[in-house]
Design a binder for this molecule. Sequence first.
Ligand code: NDP
Ligand code: MG
Length: 379
Amino acid sequence: MTNHIAVLGSTGSIGVQTLDVARMHHIRVSALTANNSIRLLEEQAREFQPDMVAVLDEEAAGQLKIALADTSVKVLGGQEGILAAAQHEAADTVVNAIVGVAGLLPTLAAIRAGKHLALANKETLVAGGSIVMQEVRKAGVNLYPVDSEHSAIFQCLQGCPEGALKKLILTASGGSFFGKTREELSHVTVESALQHPNWSMGRKITIDSATMMNKGLEVIEASWLFGVEDKDIEVLIHRESIIHSMIQLKDNAVIAQLGTADMRIPIQYALTYPQRLPSPAKELDLAEIASLSFAPPDNATFRCLPLCREALQKGGLYPTVANAANEVAVQMFLQEKISFLEIAGMIEQALSDFHCDKQEITLEEILCADKETRMKLGG
Ligand code: NDP
Ligand code: MG
């Protein structure tokens, strides 16, 4: 079990819930980071008394330094500051709750510094899975999934003998627009896309859930975490978000993990593995829920999931390109510069404009493909 954590992206949805878990189980916190939310970061610093905090925005870091002048908390700014937090010597585990591919270099810095990783930042694995998994093996550190589906699979796999796994079944809520036609989707608003039926999350992942891109990213994430090919990862719509995912074994037995939709369960398991400790999450009452429903995904209407599968099959830099195009497109949608359906359109365009069959890729090539895709799309 972890004794001492650094939390990257502590001011976000996952970051705040990670600190709930740390508070409850008296896990010490050595470093916290944010992009620019310095008011919340100051509150967190005063409560948890980390050795250091880092803010990506240099100007905001300067303001926080003044605000925390009466404390012993060191304040750093810029990317250097975030990387220093990722390598902070007192932490044994780094929780990466940064959103987007911005989490990739901090993930690598943490691994190279010998830290175990509790990874919420799925874009790290989508864009840089091959490098990250190599570095994890080289450093001999543990990589604990925080994403609820992947935590569910990790939990189902406990006690499962090697070679017994047949396939993964990732469940998906279907997001805000499940059941809608393309015609209906052509004029949905940002506000309606941000209304997730079951989970309260950051804005980017909520849009990713509405487009089903989130499930596409998760198929790629699962392929790296569990060494499973695209064809052995099934996606199943399950509106209630009670079954967080399942595994099917060689004998066709299916094992599922269930619980209320509360991210503090998977976050806590990543921090206390293999222990099971009390949780602030509510108990599951299946009699009250009464029934659970399932349906296949509608890949003709929601194009992002099949596009991610295509990128995963092509391998190499294609997932990096799909992820970068999505990050730009989601930003543009949130700024009301493009329509909802154009998100998938931009990803499809970026993938069809990209030509590179190289499978062995370097970190420099990943960063370059990410940057070039953004530039082409005006991000
Ligand atoms: P939020 O947007 O709520 O939080 C993101 C955090 O990252 C904030 O602390 C933010 O700081 C910081 N941040 C943003 N941009 C940068 C940057 N360029 N460099 C460094 N830090 C940055 O996101 P979520 O918590 O919802 O999601 C975090 C990750 O976890 C994502 O990868 C998401 O897909 C994944 N995830 C989230 C789930 C959820 O329930 N929320 C569930 C499963 C996975 P600031 O506050 O200053 O902007
Ligand atoms: Mg998930």
